[in-house]
Design a protein around this ligand. Sequence first.
Ligand SMILES: NC(=O)c1ccc[n+]([C@@H]2O[C@H](COP(=O)([O-])OP(=O)(O)OC[C@H]3O[C@@H](n4cnc5c(N)ncnc54)[C@H](OP(=O)(O)O)[C@@H]3O)[C@@H](O)[C@H]2O)c1
Length: 251
Amino acid sequence: MTEGIERWKGKTALVTGASSGIGLAIVRALARIGVRLVLTARRAERLEALKSELEAHGVEVLAVSADLRRTDAIDSLFRTVRNQWGGIDVLINNAGLGWRELLETVDFTHLQSMMDVNIRAATICIREALKDMQGKQDAAIINISSLAGHRVPPGIGGTFYSASKHALKAIADGLRQELVAENSPIKLGTISPGMVETEFQTVAAPGGNYAGYEYPPLRAEDVADAVLYMLSAPRNVQIADILMRPLSQPH
Ligand SMILES: NC(=O)c1ccc[n+]([C@@H]2O[C@H](COP(=O)([O-])OP(=O)(O)OC[C@H]3O[C@@H](n4cnc5c(N)ncnc54)[C@H](OP(=O)(O)O)[C@@H]3O)[C@@H](O)[C@H]2O)c1
């Protein structure tokens, strides 16, 4: 861990999708460097268990259960954090899902929930985070995208998940232009992992015939390390994109 990470100690980070997988690993990694944490996801009991685990180690934690498909739930989340801690310094836009759908039979209720979480909620969280980050020297927005945000994954069914992650890339590229135009010190990064061992394939990516990993996947902790690497860069350095895949992932 480089010295630059120290300046995030005592800052407040919101991690969406903190109940599982990559979000959970990012929470634990940020907790280790002394970041104050806001956890959100739908499964309240998991958030409460994580909160207890972290508080036992002296970490300050706020757990706010929210369904990110609902605008009022996101508004209420940011209101709660502002009331308690005055807002956030770091946003980790991680919550996501990946309905597998064919164009021939596409079900728009499935697509809607995926776009609502992967694009709409991520966008609202960015908008609200920017309000909190006004005037701060150390602030960061990190989106957890996917290699599917850079190409349509091989094998059918991933088209719309891929479209949602391509959209996230477009949003980040556009936001970068806005931030640069304002001389903003806010760091903006996107991490795009290949296959990671989490609940994603079995829970968050319904509609497929999942038959196990074809090669040893990344660990969620590998992605959390990439988050720390992004944050640890000096103030004048923008680690804008990290693409990472398991050693044996061919595409
Ligand atoms: N695993 C992979 O191979 C892989 C690869 C590349 C990118 N990613 C990306 O990594 C991110 C995290 O995925 P993961 O692999 O860690 O999967 P995961 O273990 O299934 O975690 C998904 C998280 O998103 C939350 N979430 C889903 N729908 C939500 C909603 N409506 N409201 C609030 N929270 C919601 C879930 O919480 P609740 O269910 O408790 O609400 C959960 O915490 C996603 O954006 C995914 O696209 C994953």
